[in-house]
Design a protein around this ligand. Structure first.
Ligand SMILES: Nc1ncnc2c1ncn2[C@@H]1O[C@H](COP(=O)(O)OP(=O)(O)O)[C@@H](O)[C@H]1O
Ligand SMILES: [Mg+2]
Length: 227
């Protein structure tokens, strides 16, 4: 892939939900193109469809129209089984609510995406998970389960998990939405630093103008379109 090929290309995305006979057109032709290593903020009012957009970009929710290419590969033009694999290999997700598994310790949580791919030995997975936990400052918490951690620590663990398979694309949906301002800033510093070090495309939904200002570009989702 040449360096200037988009890491992410989305064309004419269309997504509606029908609820109680009422059709809501959430995405109405949204499009975007982003290069490897870019940082992109997605803003828009509550209910505009930002989370829906991120799910569509991440292969979690099939749109009714349009397409998504991840490093040139058509995310919805392949079987659900291959999509699951492509997602595990190419896309890291960071959600507002962390979504760590409570019954597993941090090392096991961070290992999960690698287990989904199955391309590393268990021993190498563990070593990599421990190295990532060290990168996010949680080496001394690696045996803790998520509920034994603060919100900021849980989100740092979720970031480590998202990076486990070295994905070229990191999607983050209001990653500091549940954190106080100071903890949120520390989590953002970490996210930006890791994305930059790894040349990862970071697409982040945020409400905060100051956070958007730290990104290379800001796109607003409005009336189902990105502009
Ligand atoms: N699974 C669903 N079924 C029906 N409506 C949904 C579903 N998911 C989201 N919506 C609706 O789509 C709109 C956009 O939601 P969302 O993408 O979560 O917005 P945002 O993240 O910008 O706040 C909202 O009006 C929401 O109620
Ligand atoms: Mg949302």
């Amino acid at each position: 892939m040449p360096d200037d090929a988009p890491a992410l290309l989305a064309e004419d995305l269309r997504k509606s939900y029908t609820l109680h006979g009422n059709r809501l057109d959430i995405l109405r032709g949204a499009a975007l193109r982003a290069a490897p290593g870019e940082t992109l903020a997605i803003v828009g009012r509550s209910g505009a469809g930002k989370s829906t957009l991120l799910h569509v970009l991440g292969g979690l929710d099939k749109p009714q129209g349009g397409r998504v290419l991840i490093a040139g590969q058509d995310l919805y033009g392949i079987s659900a089984r291959r999509r699951t694999r492509l997602r595990a290999a190419k896309i890291g997700f960071v959600f507002q609510a962390y979504h760590l598994l409570p019954e597993m310790d941090l090392v096991e949580n961070v290992m999960l995406p690698a287990m989904a791919l199955g391309s590393l030995s268990r021993r190498r997975m563990r070593a990599r998970a421990e190295a990532l936990l060290e990168c996010v400052g949680l080496a001394d918490r690696r045996r803790h389960t998520p509920l034994e951690l603060s919100g900021g620590e849980q989100q740092r663990a979720a970031i480590a998990r998202a990076l486990m398979n070295e994905p070229p694309l990191l999607l983050a949906d209001e990653p500091t939405g549940n954190l106080d301002a100071k903890t949120g800033d520390a989590v953002l510093d970490l996210l930006f630093r890791l994305a930059r070090e790894r040349q990862t495309l970071l697409v982040m939904v945020t409400h905060a103008p100051a956070t958007a200002a730290r990104c290379d570009r800001t796109l607003t989702l409005e009336e189902g379109l990105l502009r």
